[in-house]
Design a protein around this ligand. Structure first.
Ligand code: RFL
Ligand code: PHB
Length: 394
């Protein structure tokens, strides 16, 4: 077995793992990153698009914000559509100038992989049989196979950044962790289309046929979602049906509708909320989707992952600089506070904007009343805006 020594072993090269590796590198801390999928798969996977102000600021401060500054689309507001009308929430005006930026997760990953390669520090794709050991000792280990050879990485710490289906969370004894889960009775059918966005800002729509979302990736690419069944059969959704449903659910009485274009990607995402407490076991720290999953309606998942690794990098920096473990001790508690805040908001956005089985129609009337109140009340809009743009890192 080939032996490797590092300070922080990182399992998973999604946004959490790669951002952690980068922040540690800036602090002069060594890390070893392993990923079980191919680089193409990781970069091409279509996922998040909305970066909170704090994520944008961190990328700039960490020296990986150049492309983001050039290509990111800054949005100062979002639209909520219901009963055929669009209502703008002026987020920046309501939050003292905070905004969101549209920049695909794919681009974030390209920037992070570029920075990793430039640092010369290790990043291995397509590893297999990953396992983690001796987590409750000062020398935890990661074992994996790469090109038929077995490797063992001896670390000071292991960062479990391996997403919602990873192995790190499962390595924590059941007696040491509580899992809180809520499954929503629907999913999202998402498409990416070669069509110029017809709105400069996102449109979240509650229609009596279900939720729909208009988003974008660039001045020539639109990203759209439709509420569907969690196990929706994509075979039943030829492009023409997707477009006609999108137009029915999104078009508003002012004449606005998305433009149709050729569909370059189509997929279904299930929706759930999950939180693991605590986010630490011995020398293992969980970060990002490995520790918590939010439904995508609030656009929080990637941003929470970034907030986790910012805190973890700060804790590790203090540990290596002076042996002070207080930030590492606070890692889980602070992270759970931010996570539950995001869970509450994502649950609220989801339950306000999706149709659920509701024979008497009570629920739909309640949702419309909620939205009427929201767009008529500066206080209610401010509450939405400050959660949507996100709170500063802390
Ligand atoms: P990831 O991105 O899942 O990365 C984990 C990585 O670990 C690898 N892995 C392993 N590697 C080695 N060994 C193993 N045993 C491994 N098991 C797994 C995986 O291959 C993967 O590469 O988790 P991370 O880094 O925590 O990042 C989380 C984000 O990816 C996620 O929260 C967001 O994509 C969620 N999300 C959104 N978040 C936002 O902040 N804003 C958005 O607008 C937004 N939109 C979305 C979303 C997620 C979506 N889907 C498809 C779930 C829209 C959608 C449709
Ligand atoms: C996206 O552009 O993919 C997107 C935007 C807003 C969300 C979720 C996803 O709430």
């Amino acid at each position: 077995m080939r032996q490797i020594r590092t300070q922080v072993g990182i399992v998973g090269a999604g946004p959490a793992g790669l951002m952690l590796g980068h922040l540690l590198h800036l602090h002069g801390i060594d890390s070893f990153i392993i990923e079980d999928r191919s680089e193409d798969h990781v970069v091409e996977r279509v996922r998040a698009g909305v970066l909170e102000q704090a994520t944008v600021d961190l990328m700039r401060e960490a020296g990986i914000g150049d492309r983001l500054a050039r290509q990111g689309l800054r949005h100062d507001g979002i639209f909520l559509a219901f009963r055929g009308d669009r209502h703008r929430i002026p987020m920046a005006d309501l939050t003292g100038g905070r905004s969101i930026t549209i920049y695909g997760q794919n681009e974030v990953l390209r920037d992070l992989i570029g920075a990793r390669v430039a640092s010369g520090r290790p990043l291995l794709f397509e590893v297999a049989d990953v396992s983690i050991h001796e987590l409750d000792t000062p020398r935890p280990r990661i074992r994996f196979r790469k090109d038929e050879a077995l490797h063992e990485v001896t670390c000071d710490f292991v960062a479990g950044c391996d997403g919602s289906q990873g192995i790190c969370r499962l390595a924590i004894p059941a007696t040491h962790l509580r899992v809180f889960e809520h499954v929503y009775p629907f999913g999202w059918l998402g498409i990416l289309a070669d069509a110029a966005p017809t709105s400069d800002e996102l449109v979240y729509s509650l229609h009596d046929r279900g939720f729909a979302l208009f988003s974008m990736r660039s001045p020539t690419v639109t990203r759209l979602y439709l509420q569907c069944a969690p196990d929706e059969d994509l075979g039943l959704w030829p492009d023409e049906r997707v477009w006609s449903e999108l137009i029915v659910r999104l078009a508003t009485s002012d004449g606005w509708a998305p433009d149709v274009g050729s569909v370059s990607q189509k997929g279904v995402t299930r929706m759930r909320s999950l939180v693991v407490e605590p986010m630490r076991y011995g020398r293992l720290f969980l970060a990002g989707d490995a520790a918590h999953v939010v439904p995508p309606t609030g656009a929080k998942g990637l941003n929470l992952a970034v907030a986790d690794v910012w805190r973890l990098a700060g804790g590790l920096e203090a540990f290596y600089a002076s042996g002070n473990e207080s930030k590492l001790r606070e890692y889980s508690e602070r992270g759970l506070q931010r996570t539950w805040r995001a869970q509450r908001f994502s649950w609220w956005m989801t339950s306000t904007l999706h149709r659920t089985p509701d024979p008497s129609g009570f629920e739909y009337r309640r949702q419309l009343a909620e939205l009427d109140y929201l767009v008529g009340s500066r206080a209610a809009m401010t509450s939405l805006a400050e959660n949507y743009v996100g709170v500063p890192l802390a």
